[in-house]
Write a protein that binds this ligand. Structure first.
Ligand code: ADP
Ligand code: MG
Length: 453
């Protein structure tokens, strides 16, 4: 099989398991650039994709590759050399770092096969601010006394804000400090596929017994269990078995349990029975602090004005901040000199010149419906059902806030309601959002959806 055929086969399999949007976003313009005695190098178009692929898809891809070719030992991601050159027109070819040197950065891929823990995620390199204080405190307490304090520990927050880092840090800390504790970390995709396979092979009891051996079970991104009834059921049994034996369960999700659509009620109430902690977005000051920590880790030394600049441009999440630093590090390495503020501005030109984000009523309605697991048409038509009334008010509020729709036009969109209904709904949500942090979080998550498509 040529590299290209091999990669096509991998992509074909991945495509089965993820949404079209995800697939296009992360796998477009990826390719295998070499296969050196079983070590595969895959190029990603930019650092952001590279990080994402490393974090989210590394294991899946490696597994598929090994399924296709037993000789494959390892896989690493690199940033496409082509893109690097394009984004840095000043770089002379002879200065482009040889591949081998570039690879040194990727030592982080030493994930432990038993626990699935990546040693790079620790408490020591986790920056704490008011945005993640509670989650950190809870995680730290759990790492000292697994199974004894908060069980389960449920951590939620938007993407790139440190959930995986924190979950893995707990795991690493327990392995390091408490002898003989069996820790297992799983992404929920991985969990689902193991269960599906076990059911298919009539091995579900074996698998469940295996899980029951753990002292600490960590399941990341549990929102992906939504709608997977059979998996949820098996999870429920595993959960109970562990819980009854005071074994620690740690879960993360991009939203609170009650906002996960199609989550079985008994599972939801189990999740809610423990400690729920959120991670919100870091403020400017904290973003600068995070950049400073990361900069030290990467042995860089950038001026405060550059760090401030990056923290102002990249506000959404920490993954982006890291991506920006990596981009500067790469550029410096390539050009062999220290970048100044103007250089940094040039480097991020494409980001800062982006047109302001826009959206449409359709996108908002879609996002709200998806978030609350409702049909779009139910959301917009006349219905007084409680589970619809509130999401509808939220949709109205977002139409008003995000695209300044007029009240009469909002009323019309929602089953020909009077404009006073629209005014009432927007005011109600607007007021509540200030008092109710959970609602504010939910609305932020919906906005992320609205602007991510
Ligand atoms: P999530 O799982 O919420 O999508 P991750 O845990 O993958 O986010 O975090 C994205 C990146 O940001 C990772 O490289 C992680 O190490 C880093 N990161 C997140 N939060 C922090 C933090 N508080 N301090 C330092 N690095 C962080
Ligand atoms: Mg994560």
């Amino acid at each position: 099989m040529t590299n290209e055929e091999l990669w096509q086969a991998v992509l074909a399999e991945i495509q089965l398991g993820i949404s079209r949007a995800n697939f296009v976003t992360w796998f477009k313009n990826t390719e295998i650039v070499s296969n050196d005695e079983g070590v595969i190098l895959v190029s990603a178009p930019n650092n952001f994709s590279k990080e994402w692929l490393e974090n989210k898809y590394n294991k899946t891809i490696l597994k598929i590759l090994r399924g296709l070719d037993e000789g494959i030992k390892d896989m690493r991601f690199i940033i496409s050399q082509k893109e690097l050159k394009e984004s840095l027109p000043v770089v002379k070819k002879s200065l482009v770092a040889p591949l081998e040197e570039t690879q040194l950065e990727f030592e982080e891929l030493h994930v432990d096969k038993e626990t699935n823990l990546n040693p790079r995620y620790t408490f020591e390199n986790f920056v704490i601010g008011s945005f993640n204080e509670l989650a950190h405190a809870a995680a730290s307490a759990v790492s000292k006394n697994p199974g004894q304090v908060y069980n389960p520990l449920f951590i939620y927050g938007g993407t790139g804000l440190g959930k995986t880092h924190l979950l893995q840090a707990v795991g690493n800390e327990i392995v390091k400090n408490i002898m003989g504790k069996k820790v297992k970390y799983l992404s929920s995709e991985n969990f689902v596929s193991q269960i599906v396979l076990a059911i298919k092979n009539h091995k579900i009891e074996d698998l469940k017994n295996q899980y029951r051996q753990n002292d600490v079970l960590i399941i990341d991104d549990v929102q992906f269990l939504a709608g997977k009834e059979k998996t949820q059921e098996e999870f429920f049994h595993i959960f109970n078995a562990l819980y009854e034996k005071n074994k620690q369960i740690i879960i993360s999700s991009d939203r609170p349990p009650k906002a996960i659509p199609a989550l079985e009620e008994r599972l939801r109430s189990r999740f809610e029975g423990g400690m729920i902690a959120d991670i919100s977005s870091p403020d400017l000051e904290t973003r600068v602090a995070i950049l400073k920590t990361k900069e030290q880790e990467k042995k860089m030394s950038l001026s405060n004005e550059i760090l401030n600049y990056i923290a102002t441009v990249f506000q959404k999440n920490i993954r982006e901040l890291e991506g920006a630093l990596n981009k500067i590090a790469n550029a410096q390495k390539q050009k062999n000199f220290i970048i100044n503020l103007d250089g940094a501005k040039l480097l991020f030109q494409s980001v800062t010149n982006l047109p302001p984000q826009t959206t449409s009523p359709k996108k908002i309605i879609q996002a709200v419906a998806q978030f609350y697991d409702l049909k779009e048409k139910d959301l917009v038509k006349e219905s007084r059902k409680k589970e619809i009334v509130r999401p509808r008010q939220i949709a109205m509020y977002l139409l008003r806030e995000e695209i300044k729709s007029s009240y009469p036009s909002i009323g019309r969109k929602f089953g020909g309601k009077d404009h006073t209904t629209a005014i009432y709904s927007c005011a109600k949500i607007g007021k509540e959002i200030k008092e109710n942090e959970n609602l504010a979080n939910e609305i932020n998550l919906i906005k992320q959806k609205v602007y991510s498509a």
